[in-house]
Design a protein around this ligand. Structure first.
Ligand code: SN0
Length: 320
């Protein structure tokens, strides 16, 4: 593996999950692989799980880690080309990324979308520029349109918890929120689940209110239903996430709690396990009775972030 940006960087999903679960069983088995190698984690936005789990994963492999909170501690970054920098931006991404590339062997980058200009966000311009100028293997810690370490974690958690003999039914459901959130987590989850479905690992359904259709590029092969109760029938895993509209880009189209998963709604499922990438707004996105209940996987899921990051770092290190 050279970079980790999307599911396209992985061929055999089942093999990757097995390798991640082997790391979970023996986290320190490859302590020398990353020795004298530097990982740089660059954040343009907040992070809890991604930051800590990726640091821990790197340490398990014997790597050293540096964290740069660009949003708080860095110079204001210019990403456009051909502009005279006489405004508020201080440093161009060309120099910033290149310099960090000289300090590190592998880099990770988190950059949320602006949610104003769909074309710009979906071009992944910032991520691509950083990748070009740092000249080092780059891992996405959530880009404008994807969150691949989260999606790999989710697949690990689903396969780890599958009890049904046949393929588990996985349902991604939209949930309410008060803020306009990126489509990165649902896009990414959908593209990983569609590939997992192709490889015979899961059955995948998406449910959302009208107007919340994701970019088809990510959802090809999924069953898409706008009736949430219908979609939840016989589900083995319910993945809860809010996102803002892709069609009316970055907009919140509906208010109210109708779409919040509750114990009552979940009765139609096959005693489904509940998943969420966190952070979660209690009793807005998801009923606390479900979050705190016996079928919630959210803490185990967050714990598995380490093994997703570790397997990705291991594969990139092996290829350096
Ligand atoms: C981010 C998102 O992409 O949805 C990160 C998820 C890993 N979530 C948020 O920004 C939540 C913000 C909030 O106010 O609830």
């Amino acid at each position: 593996m050279k970079n980790f940006f999307s599911v396209a960087d992985v061929d055999d999903l089942s093999a990757l999950v097995k390798e991640a679960l082997a790391l979970k069983a023996t986290p320190n088995a490859h302590r020398t692989l990353g020795q004298h190698k530097m990982l740089g984690l660059v954040f343009l936005n907040p992070s809890l799980r991604t930051r800590l789990s990726t640091q821990k994963a790197a340490m398990n492999l014997g790597m050293d880690v540096m964290v740069m909170n660009m949003d708080k501690d860095g110079w204001a970054l210019e990403t456009r080309d051909g502009v005279v920098m006489d405004g508020t931006t201080v440093e161009h991404i060309r120099e910033a990324a290149a310099v960090m590339g000289t300090y590190c062997d592998i880099l990770g980058l988190r950059s949320f979308p602006g949610l104003k200009d769909r074309k710009e966000d979906y071009s992944e311009d910032l991520f691509n520029k950083f990748s070009t100028y740092c000249k080092k293997p780059l891992i996405s810690l959530e880009s404008a349109t994807r969150h691949p370490l989260q999606s790999l974690t989710d697949l690990i958690t689903i396969l780890e918890n599958t009890t049904v003999a046949s393929k588990p039914k996985v349902v991604l459901t939209w949930a309410p929120h008060v803020k306009a959130l990126p489509q990165a987590v649902p896009n990414s989850f959908a593209e990983w689940m569609c590939k997992a479905q192709q490889q015979g690992l899961v059955d995948f359904t998406i449910t959302h209110p009208e107007g919340y259709e994701l970019d088809e590029h990510f959802t090809k092969g999924a069953t898409i239903i706008t009736n949430q109760q219908e979609a939840l029938k016989n589900a083995d895993f319910v993945y809860v996430k809010n996102w803002s509209s892709y069609q009316e880009y970055g907009k919140i189209l509906i208010t109210g709690r109708d779409w919040m998963p509750t114990p009552e709604k979940l009765k139609a499922t096959n005693k489904a396990k509940i998943m969420h990438c966190l952070p979660v707004r209690r009793d807005l996105e998801l009923a606390s009775a479900l979050l705190d209940g016996p079928d919630s996987l959210v803490i185990q899921e967050a714990g598995n972030r380490v093994w997703a990051a570790q397997v990705v770092l291991k594969r990139i290190l092996s290829n350096l």
